[in-house]
Design a protein. Structure first.
Length: 324
């Protein structure tokens, strides 16, 4: 009986082993892309294009948060007049650079020079404002961010209040450097109340499936799982090929167009391989469960099976639960 499932177990192990190597490959590709974006941002700054430089520094920082990138981000944000954003990045650089790094005191000085120029905005909500949702420039603020002076960039800010049963209330606030402003928020106009009778949908429990259907479903899912694992291994091999291209085309943290293309392609195939492996392992797990659970012929009560798949920093986990 156990020998019949040996190929499925072997495929599951191979898929999991492939998954364990993919995060490191993907992280390396991200690092190469981040460095290329950083160098492109420096070139844009040299040409006086601070906005393009900021966009590329931000993407580089998202892929790999390095203090040097934060320092350059602070510099270009300051040139664009985005004082609060610049102050934040200088703070991050000062906190993450080593004590012996010559750039650390520079980051501290730049942050201190901007601290007094940062505007602050306080959004106050009245007592009993249950269920209110407050957005600043399209970003929802949690309750901890309300009734508190928060640093913001100079310029115009759009405030929206959404309250239950009321239309959205919109407010625009213009701030100058060093200005501190407090805004008391109000809800919008009451909306016309509409009552809808609640409906309750009753779904009859399905009778237990015949034993033969369990076996058929088990083999079908097993086949799907093997196909998913195979896809994962093939795309994983492509990732290894792209990685070798990156090693060849990227020297001293500078990449040729072919190297950058290989890095981007490697990230895409890495994602496809991970998704295929997760789906394959999940299908294999469920298929094996149905095959094993059908080994006996005694009658069973109806039960519900739940399968969970979760990605982790080191790979993937599969859980299987049954309820009677």
């Amino acid at each position: 009986m156990l020998r019949r499932f040996a190929p499925l177990r072997t495929a599951s192990v191979l898929s999991i082993l492939a998954l364990l190597t993919l995060p490191a490959r993907s992280a390396r590709a991200d690092s190469v892309t981040a460095e290329a974006l950083f160098q492109s941002g420096r070139e844009a700054m040299d040409k006086g294009d601070a906005r393009t430089a900021c966009d590329r520094f931000e993407e580089s920082y998202r892929l790999e948060a390095k203090p040097g990138t934060a320092l350059n981000l602070g510099n270009c944000r300051e040139q664009l007049g985005q004082i609060a954003s610049a102050w934040q990045r200088f703070q991050e650089a000062a906190q993450t650079l080593p004590k012996e790094d010559a750039r650390r005191p520079i980051a501290k000085e730049r942050a201190a020079a901007l601290a007094g120029k940062v505007p602050k905005l306080t959004l106050r909500v009245p007592a009993g404002a249950e269920g209110w949702v407050v957005l600043r420039d399209g970003v929802e603020l949690g309750s901890a961010s309300l009734n508190l002076a928060l640093p913001v960039d100079p310029g115009s800010h759009r405030i929206e209040v959404r309250a239950p049963g009321r239309a959205p209330a919109l407010t625009t606030v213009d701030l100058s450097p060093s200005e501190q402003r407090e805004v008391v928020l109000t809800a919008g106009m009451a909306e016309a109340a509409t009552k809808t009778e609640p409906r309750e949908e009753v779904v009859a429990a399905s009778p237990p499936a015949p034993s033969s259907s369990h076996r058929t479903l088990g083999w079908v899912l097993g086949g799907v799982g093997v196909a998913g694992v195979a896809t994962s291994l093939v795309t994983g091999a492509v990732v290894l090929s792209k990685d070798s291209t990156v090693d060849r085309e990227c020297v001293d943290k500078r990449c040729t167009p072919a190297g950058l293309d290989a890095a981007d392609s490697g990230r895409t195939f890495s994602t496809v391989s991970t998704i295929a492996a997760i789906a394959g392992v999940a299908s294999l797990g469920v298929g094996i469960y149905f095959l094993v659970s059908d080994s006996g012929n005694e009658p069973r009560a109806a039960r519900q099976t739940r399968v969970g798949v979760a990605s982790t920093a080191s790979g993937m986990s599969l859980t299987l639960r049954s309820s009677f």
